[in-house]
Design a protein around this ligand. Structure first.
Ligand SMILES: O=C(O)C(=O)C[C@@H](O)[C@H](O)[C@H](O)COP(=O)(O)O
Length: 359
């Protein structure tokens, strides 16, 4: 089993990665809990909920709450309903919340844990490729109709227990979504890693061993950053590569109409193109474009108004005084933050979408 330690200035926890871990969840926790609430979604409920319930045996009171699968469940209404479940199931400050699912469940359940009785323990049990990223680092949040993750906190879990067997039955669009974050970890850290991913057709040659290697590498890239800058004061912003446009697209097209990773993939292409123009460097735009195309990422969107997108991008959490700050690259592994003015961005967006349409 692989175990990575995440050590920040305030906290230490472990990320465990292997198969069948969902069957022995309590063995990865440092405390015993007498009352546990599992939060999951309607898709994962059918696949893995029973395994996790049984892992706690008969001496722990285990209840569960299920939200509809999909990003639109990261809402204030579901947050409030989950609070009600926690109260009705008698959770107290010594209880545990289990976030069983992908990024949506992890963010939502983590935010419930962060705020219930001013904060109780929770454990991340990711079941998607994407969640190799979102389950590590303690970002928890719900969405506001005006923008993604606008309501949230930094609240690290007790542990991340990643049973990679749960990834075997992921639908194609979930594989695409998750791999976008692996590509991001390559672009911000390591050319060899990026190239390894680009050599693979993730949809037709899906290989659990290679995937596990990529996940562990991705998690360690993230762990190194989070350990230095847990609260996103500086270098953690690099983990947001592709997210400024990505989040704007998700909010504009409608949560769930495009997956998070697919939107981030477009955002990374945009960031590469902008970086080439701003810094006069050559980056692997074509390589990434061809890889995305080969793996059926949605590259041709129905018309999106660039002024509307710009307004959404300004609501990004990295913005300052309503000026967009984007993560750009001077080279693979050399990220920067650049403030861009509105006119410049409109030009870049115009150009980007025009070239995408051409293919
Ligand atoms: O952990 C981080 O930091 C990231 O930016 C990772 C992102 O991939 C992730 O989607 C994150 O939740 C986005 O955070 P946000 O602050 O832009 O909402």
């Amino acid at each position: 089993m692989s175990s990575l330690e995440i050590k920040t200035s305030t906290n230490i926890y472990h990320v465990y990665v292997d198969v069948k871990l969902r069957h022995k969840l309590p063995s990865f926790l440092e405390k015993e809990y007498s009352n546990v609430l599992i939060i999951t979604d309607s898709h994962v409920e059918k696949l893995f909920l029973d395994d996790v319930i049984h892992s706690f045996g008969t001496t722990t009171k285990v209840s569960y709450a299920v939200v509809p699968a999909g990003e639109s469940s990261k809402s204030i209404e579901n947050y409030f309903n989950l609070m009600t479940s926690a109260i009705e199931n008698g959770l107290d400050r010594h209880s545990l919340i289990v976030a069983l699912g992908g990024g949506m469940v992890g963010d939502l359940a983590g935010f419930v844990a962060a705020t219930y009785m001013r904060g109780i323990d929770y454990v991340q049990v990711p079941t998607t490729i994407l969640a190799h990223d979102s389950s590590v680092g303690g970002k928890v949040a719900i969405n506001h109709p005006e923008g993604k993750n606008l309501i949230g906190n930094f609240y690290p879990p007790q542990a991340v227990v990643y049973d990679v067997e749960t990834l075997n039955s992921l639908p194609e669009k979930e594989v695409r979504s998750g791999y976008a974050e692996i590509v991001k970890h390559g672009l911000i850290s390591d050319e060899a890693f990026f190239n390894q991913v680009m050599e693979q057709n993730i949809l037709s040659t899906f290989n659990p061993q290679i995937l596990k290697k990529h996940l562990i590498k991705g998690i360690s890239v993230k762990a190194n950053i989070v350990e230095t800058d847990e609260k996103e004061g500086n270098i953690r912003k690099y983990l947001n590569l592709g997210h400024t446009l990505g989040h704007a697209l998700e909010a504009e097209l409608g949560y769930g109409k495009i997956t998070h990773g697919e939107a981030v993939a477009l955002g990374m292409l945009f960031a590469l193109q902008v970086s080439e123009k701003v810094y006069g460097v050559t980056l692997p735009y074509d390589t990434l474009y061809n890889w995305l195309s080969k793996n059926n990422y949605p590259l041709h969107l129905s018309r999106v108004d660039k002024y509307v997108l710009l307004n959404r991008m300004k609501k990004d959490k990295k913005s300052r005084d309503l000026k967009v700050q984007m993560v750009l690259l001077k080279a693979i592994g050399q990220s920067t933050i650049e403030q861009l003015d509105d006119e410049q961005l409109i030009q870049f967006l115009e150009n980007f979408f025009r070239e995408l349409v051409k293919g």
